[in-house]
Design a protein around this ligand. Sequence first.
Ligand code: PBG
Length: 335
Amino acid sequence: MRLTVAPTPTLRFRRLRKSAALRALAQEHTLSVNDLIWPVFVRDGTNLREPIASMPGVERLSVDQVVKAAEEAAGLGIPAICLFPYTDPAKKTAGCEEAWNPDNLANRAIRAIKAAVPEIAVMTDVALDPYNAHGHDGLVQDGIILNDETVEALVKMSLAQAEAGADILGPSDMMDGRIGAMRAALEGAGYKDVAIMSYAAKYASAYYGPFRDAVGASGALKGDKKTYQMNPANSDEALRLIERDLTEGADMVMVKPGMPYLDIIHRVKTTFGAPTYAYQVSGEYAMIRAAALNGWIDGDRVMLESLMAFRRAGCDGVLTYFAPQAARAIRAGQV
Ligand code: PBG
């Protein structure tokens, strides 16, 4: 870096900041509704919208209300919605059989959305935690999370979701080998055009707390997820995971959580150039919402700034609970 300063400030960076027009011309990155994926929580029943205490503004929706949410999202131009089921504790077992029940809550929601709003892409979560008596993403035996047995279960779950009409499968379990196994099974069963967005670099994060309340997994979970989710102190490992998942047949890759891991997103995008996504997770949402509700920050502006940061870091899109609010703000010209 050159440290000598010219006597007069001929390099006036402020020239391109002097008006909205010049700022617009010089703007490097953009945020559009096309960049948003909306995660929603599904529950049983009809005509129900149940608030989630640790995520103000987010609700668990019965299937009919999820269809309304999908209609709202499509109307706003949001390209995709991602479903997370809140499963009745009575349906949670050690074998997680409900995960591949063709008529489970998630699969019913996929069918209902695809029937009513076929143009919106439906993304799923592929992991056993909503169905697991142990609360873990994989099958548990003697306190150990079994890898290969879990992969077999995830393949069954994936095929049931593809059969229900899912457009994008989102394996969030962090077992080794699941992408290759899922891809082979999808090809074999004729679901050649079902995309996989791998939660490839998913960290063992405390930012998931409100989500586990939302899907009712907090009570069931014994211990932590550190034997399968990544150590927050690692970054080279993230690149190796992304490379592995792309090689095994992932179409899109995700880094999760989002904002505390912008360095990882940037490395992933610059290294592979693959379609790259971030998940702005429940704890990130809760922090922004809580401060906004207290009047400590301007909630809309912080939300938009946080989403632009993902784009600047290299994301093609962001999973965010703010999606409808962000879409409205973008459409109103706030960005
Ligand atoms: C579980 C799953 C989690 C999230 C998405 N899928 C939680 C976890 O790994 O414990 C977190 C999402 C969020 O915090 O918003 N398969």
